[in-house]
Design a protein around this ligand. Structure first.
Ligand code: AMP
Length: 368
């Protein structure tokens, strides 16, 4: 018997679009991406339309060529997603995109469904910042409500007297003041929900950032007990159910003892889920495609233990990376630039001890 081919449109052609696209062919799912750049990472490996995200002609061209549309980054204009929705189903729902684009709506969504969040105050003027600092105290972090990612549009406030500097440094735009959380570690949960409401979650992972950019993910997060995993899964599930979500969602959390405070969510496949490509029964990319295509979800069980190292700014020698047992390289085909994510390596092993020795060798290539 032949399978019905499913055609998926992906708004965005970065590395996430590229990895989604690559997961399709074994399931007879063919993807077309839309990106403003002609040589985008996704365009190098599959069909692509070149156009701006808010260009209705190009969006309509994409919609006409596919059965269902998704997106691979959260700054796709909500208006564009709503326009496409008049032509084809769009998953995850544009409501999820809308909530994730505004840190205040995101916090309100989390609180509304019962997730714990760091103390915060909306800020839209110097006076409201002063009020917020009185209530929340220092240290605190001032974050622009919109277009913030990888630590951009943020300013730490260690002394209330320096609030004005922080307000100016983020450009005096609508913002959120958050208490600085003295977390034990940063973790994230990547989960997937199908069109029929079925839910599956990957294990919690431990994330290490430098300069606001993810550097290393350990999967599963070492030392996680079932109770903590259960809390994270319930968080993901309630957020997804409340949005009628379809596809993969990631929630970044601060762990403080046995509490998990929600920081932010990404309505898409996520960098902290890249390890699943080789370290889980089914990758986040395949599961996202399965979900939006209405196919059964695949097992999210880890296969051994993994460490994902982001390659930022420069690439290590390919031969040296591949000489490490259990190392899997993905080069996104981007021009090197300081601070740019150029690729990642997932190192997999059957136990933590072997993983550690492989990871040490890998990190020497990246840091050295
Ligand atoms: P974000 O863009 O919100 O993900 O923030 C980037 C990084 O800044 C996070 O991964 C944390 O390492 C740090 N950070 C953000 N918000 C807070 C907070 N309220 N308390 C402590 N660290 C934070």
């Amino acid at each position: 018997m032949t399978h019905v081919a499913v055609r998926v449109g992906i708004v965005g052609g970065g590395q996430l679009g590229r990895m989604l696209l690559l997961a399709g062919p074994p399931l007879q799912i063919s993807c077309t991406t839309l990106d403003p750049a002609a040589g985008s990472p996704a365009a190098q490996v599959g069909r692509a339309i070149v156009g701006a995200y808010d260009d209705h002609d190009r969006l309509a061209e994409l919609a006409a060529a596919v059965d269902v549309v998704t997106y691979e980054f959260e700054n796709v204009p909500v208006e564009a997603a709503r326009f496409v929705e008049t032509l084809r189903p769009v998953f995850p729902p544009p409501e999820a995109l809308e909530a994730a684009q505004d840190r205040l709506s995101e916090k309100q969504l989390f609180e509304g469904v019962g997730l714990e969040v760091p103390p915060y105050a909306p800020v839209d003027s110097l006076a409201s910042l002063t009020e917020g600092l009185e209530r929340i105290g220092t240290p605190a972090v001032l974050k622009s409500r919109r277009m913030g990612y990888d630590g951009k549009g943020q300013a730490a406030i260690h002394d209330a007297a320096l609030g004005e500097d922080a307000w100016r440094s983020i450009g005096e735009v609508p913002a959120l003041l958050e208490a600085f959380v003295k977390f034990d570690r940063e973790v994230s949960i990547v989960a997937v929900r199908g069109r029929d409401g079925t839910f599956a979650s990957y294990p919690l992972v431990e994330n290490h950032h430098r300069d606001g950019i993810l550097r290393l993910t350990l999967a599963p997060a070492p030392g996680t007990n079932r109770a903590l995993q259960g809390v994270a899964e319930r968080h993901a599930r309630t957020v997804m159910d409340s949005l009628g979500y379809v596809g993969v969602l990631a929630i970044e959390l601060f762990q403080v003892g046995d509490r998990l405070l929600a920081n932010e969510m990404a309505p898409r496949v996520h960098n902290s889920g890249h390890w699943t490509d080789v370290g889980a029964e089914t990758s986040q990319f395949e599961n996202h495609l399965r979900a939006i295509a209405g196919l059964p979800l695949g097992s999210t069980e880890p296969v051994g233990v993994s460490a994902m190292v982001n390659l930022i700014g420069t690439m290590p020698y390919r031969d040296a990376v591949l000489a490490i047992d259990g190392a899997h390289l993905h080069d996104y085909g981007k021009e090197p630039r300081p601070g740019r994510k150029l690729g990642h390596v997932t190192v997999r092993a059957d136990d933590a001890e072997i993983l550690e020795s492989r990871l040490t060798r890998m990190q020497a290539l990246v840091d050295g």
